[in-house]
Design a protein around this ligand. Structure first.
Ligand code: SF4
Length: 175
């Protein structure tokens, strides 16, 4: 009810909202808009695990400008939906990365960047390091030592493609 305007809303608003949502979910355009919104809101947690982080910095600069793809690092895990692991993670640092991942809302994704994140790289079989797949579900791998910023841009595009394919699953999270 709006006292100023004298408007009164009748009916069960919760039921009306549910019926509207059910109707929209059947419309392909609604799915496309939702998917587009998620695709272009890839917000990684601002974590630097190793030297590949310099390439992330370059990718965020004006020459490569990943923000044009909706890729924008945030300081708090609670406002993010992507963990980007840049290279090596020590076992000690992996605990911090895992805790950040657990604080992030769903849906969320993981990109493992660099040879060290994929299989250990130059730290292969080291006593104090761990590869990303052993503590997080990786969506996209970016090979190289270090990978170029273009490779990171390609990984973001591939992740967007994956999100499009998961469109139906995303709709279920709206319920
Ligand atoms: S892949 Fe190369 S650049 Fe990246 S963290 Fe490992 S050693 Fe450093």
């Amino acid at each position: 009810m709006d006292d100023q305007q004298g408007l009164i809303w009748f009916g069960n608003l919760e039921e009306v909202a549910k019926k509207s949502l059910d109707y929209l979910k059947k419309k392909d355009s609604f799915l496309k808009i939702l998917s587009w919104g998620v695709d272009y809101s890839i917000w990684p947690a601002h974590l630097m695990t190793s030297c590949c982080g310099a390439e992330l910095a370059a990718a965020s600069g004006p020459r490569f400008d990943l923000e044009r793809l909706g890729f924008l690092p945030f300081g708090s895990p609670r406002q993010t939906n992507l963990i980007l692991v840049e290279g090596t993670t020590t076992i000690k640092m992996a605990r911090v990365v895992k805790r950040s991942w657990e604080q992030m809302p769903s849906p969320k994704w993981v990109i493992a960047m660099g040879a060290c994140a994929m299989d250990g790289g130059i730290f292969f079989d080291s006593y104090n390091t761990i590869v990303v797949r052993d503590y997080l579900p990786v969506d996209v791998y970016v090979p190289g030592c270090p990978p170029r910023p273009e490779a990171l841009a390609q990984a973001v595009l591939m992740l967007q493609e994956k999100i499009k394919r998961q469109r139906q699953d995303l709709i279920k999270t709206v319920d």
